[in-house]
Design a binder for this molecule. Structure first.
Ligand SMILES: [Cu+2]
Length: 266
């Protein structure tokens, strides 16, 4: 009985300190599918996107690069620190611009520095991919970049109608991860690039916490599918699939994140 109470108290404490919403490393630009090449703005923010909740301070990322037509370009020196404002706080984030050239896919990849999560006494490192396409010409969107934790898309993340299915394969150290646990979250507050903040207005209301961070599972081959119910940005995060399980002597969750953007048919 005592044990049950202790466990229950532990759960309640956890519920109080860490609401039922998930951390998501964002790489955000307003438009993933562009009609012509131009210079785009990108924001790198580690936050809770459904509720525009607590924004975590990012450390200097380990890697930030883009892959285009198989060629990798280091973009780490282009990052500038900013402050991103959520509905509850402000956190350290990064911004940058990128001059798109030619037609095709630009796979932006971020390996952030491990984030220390005080409440859980562990580290989180969300290795993130976001793909921008110009002129509809496909090149690299389905490439496996070779990140330690990676979601390889089976559908173009930038060419989804509302109601389409997005599919991917979860990989850890290059191998598919059977039955991986994947968190799915909607950017429910418009990111305001000029203000480095989320809009106060929420697009939708979640009927219950299970709808804020949705949890799905990959199948035995590490593949998953998710039907997209609403236009906008959706994040997929496969938890703890990377090979690094420890950092600074503490537990670490090395996650794989990918973003997709769906559009309404109209
Ligand atoms: Cu969190």
């Amino acid at each position: 009985m005592k044990k049950v109470i202790v466990v229950l108290a532990g759960w309640m404490l956890l519920a109080l300190t860490e609401p039922a919403m998930a951390h998501f490393q964002m790489i955000y630009t307003p438009d993933m599918a562009l009609e012509k090449t131009k210079t785009i703005d990108l924001k790198l923010v580690f936050t809770h996107p459904f509720e525009a909740g607590h924004t975590m301070d990012m450390g200097k990322p380990e890697q930030y690069f883009v892959v285009c037509k198989g060629k990798k370009t280091d973009l780490l020196p282009t990052l500038k620190p900013i402050t991103w404002t959520s509905l509850t706080n402000s956190g350290l984030a990064y911004e940058t611009t990128f001059k798109l050239r030619g037609m095709g896919d630009n796979v932006f990849c971020l390996v952030p520095s491990p984030y220390y999560e005080k409440e859980e006494d562990c580290y989180i490192q969300q290795i993130t991919k976001m793909i921008v396409n110009t002129v509809g010409f496909p090149t690299d969107w389905d490439a496996e970049i070779g990140l330690p934790a990676e979601i390889v898309p089976l559908d173009k993340p930038y060419a989804l109608w509302t109601g389409n299915v997005f599919r991917g394969i979860v990989k850890g150290d290059g191998k598919s991860v059977p039955f991986a646990e994947i968190e799915v979250e909607y950017i429910n507050h418009q990111p305001l690039s000029d203000k480095n903040a989320f809009a106060t207005k929420a697009e939708v209301k979640a009927p219950q916490d299970a709808f804020v961070t949705m949890t799905i599972k990959a199948n035995e081959n590490g593949e998953f599918a998710f039907g997209i119910p609403k236009a906008g940005w959706w994040g997929f995060c496969a938890l703890g699939v990377g090979p690094a399980k420890e950092h600074n002597g503490k537990e670490m969750s090395q996650d794989a994140v990918i973003w997709v953007q769906a559009r309404d048919m109209k």
